[in-house]
Design a protein around this ligand. Structure first.
Ligand code: NI
Length: 218
């Protein structure tokens, strides 16, 4: 099977699995990440086959399954899927490694990425957690986990470990400070950094307005 067919089949696999998902990790998120990863990957001269498959499979595990659980489930599922095709072993293990490496593990936890392909897919995924898209997904995810929109009595926390981050139940507005506003300075590629700047500013404008409305000023 040629590479294009494998990507096409993987696209259908991800769509069937994630369509209608309600936490912001749905098929449309995966589609946007795939498109953005292709765009950044071309500019960065990355291996597009690895980039595209990693992007399509990066959220394949059921999110509730991953949440608070084993973050290697997604990589295992991707491996199982790709073993059906003649993907060479190097590409296969590279893709699985990317899926494990790219997730956000807490404000105080450094990223450890081993390849340009991982950097590209992480940037694409993170851009979708920023700007108008990030705001929408933040509240969708918060709601799905029973989190409050905002609670002035609970201050944001800079999580020092992935365990601590996963257990967090603070409000969706706190999530901006615990993750979304930090992403701008964690981007890897030139294209990613450029796009993140604009999305970051939009979130700042949104928060400014949110608090002015909260206080009844506008
Ligand atoms: Ni994602």
């Amino acid at each position: 099977m040629d590479k294009e067919d494998i990507i096409k089949k993987t696209k259908k696999f991800a769509k069937d699995k994630l369509y209608g998902e309600g936490t912001g990790h749905d098929w449309w998120h995966t589609l946007r990440v795939w498109q953005m990863a292709k765009k950044i990957g071309k500019k960065e001269g990355a291996d597009l086959f690895v980039v595209e498959l990693s992007a399509l499979l990066h959220d394949i595990a059921d999110w509730k399954f991953q949440d608070g659980g084993d973050d290697s489930v997604g990589a295992m599922m991707a491996k199982e899927w790709l073993e059906k095709f003649n993907v060479d072993n190097n590409a296969l293990s590279h893709i699985c490694q990317i899926i494990i490496e790219i997730s956000f593990k807490g404000a105080g936890v450094q990223d450890k990425l081993n390849s340009i392909e991982a950097k590209v897919v992480q940037d694409a995924d993170r851009l979708d957690a920023m700007g108008a898209m990030g705001i929408s997904r933040c509240f969708a995810y918060g709601g799905s986990q029973g989190r409050q929109i905002y609670d002035p009595n609970t201050k944001p926390k800079m999580h020092k470990s992935f365990e601590e981050y996963k257990k967090s139940d603070s409000s969706s507005i706190n999530h901006f400070y615990e993750k979304l506003l930090i992403l701008k300075d964690r981007m890897n590629t030139k294209t990613g950094k450029l796009m993140a700047g604009e999305r970051h500013k939009f979130m700042e404008r949104y928060l400014d307005r949110f608090f002015r409305e909260w206080e009844g000023k506008v």
